[in-house]
Design a protein. Structure first.
Length: 448
């Protein structure tokens, strides 16, 4: 596999370039869902409103809730399929660690206009220093045409608005011997311009209202977050790596969308309903109305069963035969820190998708789930690696244990190798992205 040319193989390049385009279109979870929905609707998926009846006709459907999305297809199921037909679900998440703007962010210090921010998730905060930062997110605005009186809009600004400047080494020479120490409250507030002489930009809320084209009094609320302005790109002597923000976990979200698109273009009858679920808020515990611990996925799986003419009994029978593949990026073995990895389970960049195992169930993988993912990799013709954390180090987690507990379905956790996880700039393997999408395609639509 490693002998293949990254630069000349058009199939590999197409997946990598598609991923880069998706990453650049997705500075926030809301934009990630919008971009994913665009790919799906472009392939014939119909958006379903949560307040509308669930479609009963065979077809391709997508529903979104803020920064989360669920899509499924009943197009290639047998005409006489049972209501308790099982489901195959690929799960991922759309959020990434970043700096998010506080509700009343405006303040000044030493002649600078500053914005108050809160660290979202487990960010490597040092990686946010000395970068050109834009802003994006969602706003709630007054809308007389809406029954609730509230409308929502996505917004983004890719101008280099903000910067968190690092202290010069001349003013703190201990940084070389003792390491960089950052206080989230004191040291991470970005400045967005000097305010000398009492002049400067308007308050943030007024600035944002002008950006989205509404009077300041009509801006009822906002979700605003920073993003690094460096575009995603292929790097390395042969283009063998992809460098970008938000690879964790938009690389999986993109692979899931590609897999579902491949599943619906396969004309063969399918033994199960293919589903993808992209969740917001994984980086902060998933406890929200649209996170993996919510009813979002179980409710829609049940609605799919009910739309097929089934009842609660059919729903539970369907779940008993279902398998969920929970995807999140995996730690590649770092060449400068090999001692931080389990020596018996090295993870190579461009070495294939990664099965993630933890006996304390930080990952949901058991032998049945592992078998399902192993077979998918075999059918796709891609190698598979297995990740286990060192026994003396804590293990991260993802949406797998949550969706497993909520549904009772067999679940497997997997990922693709990445370095610099939770940095503003991560890297993954170009070839791994093609193998990732191929394995998930086989999981959702196995070869006959």
């Amino acid at each position: 596999m490693a002998a293949r040319s990254f630069a000349d193989d058009p199939a590999i390049a197409e997946v990598a370039d598609g991923l880069c385009a998706y990453l650049d279109a997705s500075p926030s979870p809301f934009h990630a869902v919008q971009a994913a929905q665009g790919l799906l609707t472009g392939a014939g998926f119909t958006e379903v409103a949560e307040t509308a009846p669930t479609p009963t006709a065979p077809g391709r459907y997508v529903v979104r809730r803020g920064g989360s999305l669920i899509a499924w297809s009943t197009e290639h199921l047998p005409a006489d399929r049972a209501a308790h037909t099982p489901l195959r679900v690929v799960g991922a998440h759309t959020d990434s660690p970043n700096l998010r703007i506080k509700p009343q962010p405006d303040w000044s210090r030493a002649g600078w206009q500053m914005l108050g921010v809160e660290v979202y998730g487990g960010a490597l905060t040092n990686s946010w220093l000395d970068r050109d930062l834009g802003l994006s997110g969602r706003v709630a605005v007054r809308d007389a045409d809406s029954p609730s009186g509230i409308g929502h809009r996505l917004w983004r600004c890719d101008d280099p608005l903000l910067r968190v400047s690092q202290l010069a080494i001349h003013l703190d020479r201990t940084v070389r011997s003792e390491g960089l120490q950052l206080n989230d409250q004191q040291h991470l507030a970005p400045h967005w311009g000097p305010g000398l002489g009492g002049e400067g930009r308007p308050p943030f809320r007024e600035w944002l209202a002008e950006r989205v084209g509404v009077p300041a009094g009509d801006l009822l609320g906002f979700d605003a977050m920073t993003h690094d302005l460096t575009p995603a790109r292929r790097i390395g002597a042969d283009g063998e790596l992809v460098a970008s923000a938000r690879l964790d976990n938009l690389a999986t979200s993109y692979a899931a969308v590609r897999a579902l698109l491949a599943a619906v273009t396969d004309p063969a009858e399918q033994p199960w309903v293919p589903v993808i679920a992209l969740f917001d808020h994984e980086e902060v515990g998933s406890t929200s109305e649209r996170g993996a611990q919510s009813t979002f996925l179980p409710a829609w799986l049940e609605r799919v069963v009910l739309a097929a003419g089934g009842g609660r009994e059919d729903y539970w029978r369907a779940l008993a035969g279902s398998v969920i593949a929970s995807g999140d990026m995996a730690h590649a073995t770092h060449p400068n820190y090999t001692e931080r990895h389990e020596s018996q389970h090295p993870i190579a960049m461009n070495g294939g998708p990664v099965l993630k195992v933890n006996t304390n169930l930080r990952y949901a993988t058991d032998s049945l789930g592992a078998a399902a993912f192993t077979l998918a990799c075999e059918q796709a013709g891609v190698p598979m690696q297995t990740f286990v954390t060192r026994s003396d180090l804590p293990c991260g987690s993802t949406v797998g244990p949550m969706t497993s507990a909520l549904t009772g379905a067999t679940t497997v956790d997997f990922g693709a190798p990445v370095l610099s996880m939770h940095s503003t700039r991560e890297i993954c393997g170009t070839l791994d992205q093609a193998g990732y999408a191929a394995a998930l395609s086989a999981f959702l639509a196995p070869a006959g």
